[in-house]
Design a protein around this ligand. Structure first.
Ligand code: WQD
Length: 338
């Protein structure tokens, strides 16, 4: 009997890619998603890729009773990967209560049921946003977290602390928080990828929609940063490399290889890349031109961040493998397929 893993938010961008990698590694996956920011058709696409349609339950994780009913029904869950959360930075500034309610209550309901139904292992989807604008780069897991730039970022910081304090109180629980940098790209089959609803906030979907003629021009938010070409720097990681990090994190917990009951890992490439370098790399990888203009900085943006990934490399035995050109080409192939 294959080990059963619950993936919340499993029809989403990172969740769906992680479900495929879990299935490829022989795990049985059950997805819980409220489909507020994803489509049920993703389940069929996952089946087209892996040959297995994951079990699926649609409900909202802020509904405490429904979470308990779920664990009553699925008694063999060995571990949970918790992706389900609202994640739009700008929207969180306009609707902070929605973000605190959704992101915090979903996690607390999950953790209450973990204790009630003896599920010990949790991998949590965290974010480099907890570091704010670091004073020193690259950031390590010991880099102090800073005041979040948005309610969204603050929910990630608070969720990390909810997990920390709950595990401290109930040492039978074990957790790993994966602090993502900037996930981009899509599965090589172009059957799953990033599906932003409405106008994309994030750089890559806006860029690919611009090249596809859906948007007239890409605005580069600022070229007056203290960087080589003046545009802001991030650590862009292929979503499949990120998905694979979740599988090794789950295996670390299932095989009791964790050294602490609660561990954090930076999951990035370790390379800082500017917006203008992204544009050049995309044009080189695809042969397409990216119509763009320089505009003012976007409020709330930090200047520069990229990861020190040595802890994940050494402890998880995981390293991002895709080149930036390959990653951007996968994003373009996905755009052409939707
Ligand atoms: C990347 C760079 C922009 C759009 C956010 C969240 C983070 C995570 C990923 C959820 C920045 C520039 C962007 C555009 C641009 N989200 N940009 N023109 O802001 O680094 O991170 O999304 O987990 O938590 O904070 O990602 O893709 O929005 O921006 O110039 O049209 O691209 O200024 O420098 P960001 P992003």
């Amino acid at each position: 009997m294959n080990k059963q893993i619950l993936v919340t938010g499993g029809t989403g961008f990172i969740g769906s890619h992680t479900v495929v990698e879990l299935q490829n590694s022989g795990y049985d996956v059950v997805i819980v998603d409220n489909l507020s920011n994803s489509k049920v058709e993703v389940l069929d696409k996952i089946k087209e890729i892996s040959g297995i349609r994951p079990k699926f339950e649609q409900f909202d994780l802020t509904d405490r009773q429904k979470v308990k009913d779920f664990f009553q029904k699925y008694s063999g869950i060995e571990a949970i990967i918790h992706f389900a959360a609202s994640k739009a930075v700008g929207e969180s500034v306009e609707k902070p209560l929605m973000y605190y309610n959704n992101n915090l209550n979903s996690l607390m309901n999950i953790m209450e049921s973990m204790m009630e139904f003896n599920v010990s292992n949790l991998v949590f989807s965290s974010s480099c946003t907890v570091y704010g604008q670091p004073d020193r780069l690259p950031v390590t897991e010991q880099t102090p977290r800073k005041e979040a730039e948005s309610p969204y970022g603050n929910t990630k910081t608070i969720c990390e602390d909810i997990i920390r304090d709950t595990i401290k109180a109930y040492p039978s629980l074990k957790g790993i928080a994966l602090r993502y940098f900037n996930p981009i790209g899509a599965h090589a089959t172009a059957k799953i990828g990033e599906l932003p609803l409405g106008v994309p906030n994030n750089l890559i979907p806006f860029l690919t929609q611009t090249v596809a003629g859906i948007r007239p021009e890409l605005s580069v938010f600022g070229d007056d940063y203290n960087t080589a070409d003046g545009s802001a720097i991030r650590d862009y990681i292929h979503v499949v490399d990120l998905a694979k990090a979740h599988v090794v994190a789950i295996e670390r917990l299932l095989n009791n290889r964790n050294k602490e009951n609660y561990e954090y890992f930076n999951v990035g490439t370790g390379n800082g890349v500017s917006v203008l370098e992204i544009i050049k790399s995309f044009e080189r990888a695809t042969g397409e031109k990216v119509p763009h203009k320089i505009v003012a900085r976007r409020a709330g943006d930090i200047e520069k961040i990229y990861a020190d990934t040595s802890f994940a490399n050494e402890e998880l035995g995981w390293k991002a493998e895709s080149t930036l050109d390959e990653t951007l080409l996968s994003a373009w192939k996905w755009q052409l397929n939707i």
